[in-house]
Write a protein of this length. Structure first.
Length: 81
């Protein structure tokens, strides 16, 4: 067994745990991302607003994929009403 195989075997349970935690706390995490983005945008006086917004959106998309990877329909989060 190679080094990468050993790493994959050891990281497998951690990956599942992260997904479970992300699913349970998705709202809090997304709220935290928004707060951080607002603070950073304030500190940079809006100079990087477009990049901050883009990065926050990408982070939320990744969070949704992690949190909803086991739901029916694949890795996309279910539609909210």
């Amino acid at each position: 067994m190679g080094l990468l195989d050993n790493l994959k075997a050891k990281l497998g349970p951690a990956k599942d745990k992260v997904g479970d935690l992300a699913q349970k706390n998705e709202g809090k995490i997304a709220e935290g991302l928004d707060k951080v983005a607002k603070v950073v945008d304030s500190k940079t006086h809006g100079k990087y607003s477009d990049r901050i917004t883009s990065g926050t959106g990408k982070a939320k998309d990744a969070l949704g994929k992690i949190a909803h990877k086991d739901t029916p329909g694949g890795t996309t989060p279910p539609a909210t009403s």
